[in-house]
Design a protein around this ligand. Structure first.
Ligand SMILES: [Mg+2]
Length: 384
């Protein structure tokens, strides 16, 4: 299957410009914000009409992005209290799958590409291994899914790359045999036994909770105090917005509006916008019903994938096939890295059509589990 045969889709994240160099750790860690004091508010010297409230968030597209950040719920047949997809959405989904085929239906294709290569598995957490739920603290993965991930990790190097803090996602997954990248890849840990194949000056030795020596890579460590300050301000300024929930993910902060009445979404957007105006070194990205505030550095899940492949000596695409499974806009950076570098396949988890750089698709976490189990079965049958 030719990865180049499908035209790349538009990038969905509003990410900072990406350095085209392959890994470019040193240059890519340079903040790409304005020069000068990083904490000061920029002063406008050109008089202009003061925007009316909410003009900012409307004109810069935040509200549109918020509305489109999650697929619409399927129609509910009240008489039967069951969810069904309308005929129209079925047709749209089926035509979308021509461009992003189900990896379950294309299983033979992907394993044929993997023959003679090491598979490396990258997994997002929320919406990929766990269902999307109203309370992010309750996004638990099932024991069956945990077992599927554990079995995958027996045969293939496996990393979790999540927007959550690394500690939190480890607590939710609970498998010590995996690599973990939290805060959208800005907080990476891997055991010291996995020697770095390249030298990264910002990689430091540390010890994990069991006292084992580990390597830590935290390209945004200087932003810790700033993120903490913004987190506390976000908590304070959104406390009167019913349903809003603010989380501190260590190197980024997020404001969930899934449980906020949509009439109040502009208020959420304006609140975050007003705070960000004071922090030119922070930027906003959109996740599924969540606004995420993160440092302006050229680092994202795609860079984290490249970093892990390089660091673990798995960057030779002639010998390695990388598979990345994720469900939201922040995963697009990783899909793009795999597609453009001809390094493997992105798999988008979505029950509705979406523009994506992923090559394949899966409908929901239960299909993710089915795919992981199929990979393990295939590996066991082809072990000799
Ligand atoms: Mg996700």
């Amino acid at each position: 299957m030719d990865l180049k045969s499908t035209k790349a889709s538009p990038i969905l994240t509003d990410a900072a410009p990406i350095n085209k160099s392959r890994l470019g750790i040193h240059s890519s860690l340079l903040p790409c914000s304005q020069s000068g004091s990083s904490f000061s508010t920029s002063v406008l010297t050109i008089p202009r009409k003061k925007p009316s409230k909410l003009d900012d968030v409307r004109s810069n597209g935040w509200l549109d992005a918020m509305k489109s950040s999650s697929p619409p719920r399927k129609k509910i047949l009240k008489d039967f209290n069951v969810e069904v997809a309308s005929d129209d959405s079925d047709v749209a989904y089926n035509s979308w799958m021509v461009k992003h085929p189900s990896v379950i239906n294309s299983f033979e294709n992907i394993v044929n590409c993997a023959r003679g290569k090491k598979i490396v598995m990258f997994l997002d957490y929320d919406g990929t291994l766990s269902p999307i739920v109203d309370d992010p603290d309750c996004a638990f993965m099932s024991d069956d899914m945990r077992s599927a991930v554990r079995n995958v990790a027996k045969y293939f190097s496996t990393a979790i790359i999540s927007g959550r803090s690394r500690d939190k996602v480890f607590e939710l997954v609970g498998l010590t045999e995996l690599y973990y990248a939290g805060s959208h890849g800005m907080d990476i840990i891997f055991p010291d036994r996995d020697k770095l194949s390249t030298h990264h000056s910002t990689c430091v030795k540390s010890a994990d909770q069991q006292g084992m020596e580990v390597n830590l890579f935290q390209p945004a460590s200087e932003f810790l105090p700033m993120i903490d300050e913004v987190f506390r301000t976000l908590v304070e300024n959104t406390k009167d917005i019913k349903g809003a929930k603010v989380e501190n993910h260590k190197f980024c902060a997020s404001v969930h509006y899934r449980n906020v009445d949509d009439k109040s979404w502009p208020t959420v957007a304006q609140c975050v916008h007003d705070i960000l105006k004071d922090y030119p070194r922070l930027r906003l990205t959109h996740g599924r019903k969540v606004l995420e505030v993160r440092p302006v550095i050229e680092w994202d899940k795609g860079k984290a994938v490249e970093f892990l492949l390089e660091s673990l000596g798995l960057s030779n695409s002639a010998d390695v096939l990388a598979i990345y499974i994720g469900d939201d806009r922040t995963d697009e950076d990783a899909f793009k890295v795999l597609r453009e570098g001809n390094r493997g396949y992105g798999i988008l988890v979505s029950s509705a059509p979406k523009e994506s750089n992923a090559f394949f698709s899966l409908r929901d976490p239960s299909e993710v589990k089915e795919f992981l189990k199929s990979l393990v079965s295939w590996k066991e049958q082809n072990a000799l």
